[in-house]
Design a protein around this ligand. Structure first.
Ligand code: AMP
Length: 213
């Protein structure tokens, strides 16, 4: 099974992808995580993408597709995409890649959350510097302020979760990613879930949608 999670930055894709990939034994593909890791390791790719990430702009399609194909070629589990595709060009690239492997996308799940809510969530998001676990200072704070419950490392505000960059990311979503809703709606395996509820409730809803024949 191959699944795509769609939605605004901050709509809960990363949180849901972590839960679902474990539950369904799928490979969680987060292009944002891949780029952040490369950035942290200061690799050549990391240096190439740094400017885009820090400004809240999209990494060019060609580069994103190259990176993905080189990383996913040998993976045998089903793929659960979080943060990819983000443009119609990327979606077309993914379609032809799957076709060349005799595979297809089984479900596209759109996590529907208002723009006001995602802006609020992004401002309150904290990410663990050790294990990457995501917190929210309002709705899901850690037990001890600024310390990860899971690994004890300090939490941070991602550079692109800072106020000036948040508005740019929302604009980029509206302009370049939102057209994917129409693209995938036309494909037949498109589902929508209300992403404004608690992570547990959303996970339950998405699991139920995926169980549908
Ligand atoms: P995310 O963690 O998914 O919000 O991604 C963080 C940043 O990584 C984005 O703001 C982009 O700069 C870059 N990025 C992640 N995924 C993609 C993608 N599929 N296409 C282009 N840029 C991406």
């Amino acid at each position: 099974m191959n699944i795509i999670l769609l939605g605004y930055p901050g709509s809960g894709k990363g949180t849901q992808a972590k839960v679902l990939s474990q539950k369904l034994n799928m490979f969680h593909v987060s292009t944002g995580d891949i780029f952040r890791e490369e950035l942290a390791k200061k690799t050549q790719l990391g240096q190439e993408v740094a400017g885009y990430l820090n400004a809240g702009r999209l990494v060019p399609d060609k580069l994103v597709l190259e990176v993905l194909k080189s990383r996913l070629g040998a993976e045998t589990r089903g793929l659960l995409f979080d943060g990819f595709p983000r443009t119609v060009e990327q979606a077309e690239g993914l379609d032809s890649w799957f076709m060349s492997r005799g595979q297809a996308i089984d479900a596209v799940v759109f996590l529907n959350v208002t723009e006001e809510e995602v802006a609020r969530r992004l401002g309150a998001r904290r990410t663990c510097t050790g294990c990457g676990r995501i917190y929210n200072t309002i709705s899901a704070p850690p037990a001890k302020e600024n310390v990860c419950d899971a690994c004890g490392k300090p939490l941070m505000v991602r550079d692109d979760d800072k106020p000036a960059v948040i508005e740019r990311r929302l604009q980029v979503y509206r302009d370049q990613t939102e057209p994917l809703l129409a693209y995938y709606r036309a494909s037949g395996s498109f589902y929508e879930a209300d992403g404004s509820q608690s992570p547990e409730a959303v996970a339950e809803k998405v699991s139920a949608l995926l169980r549908k024949p």
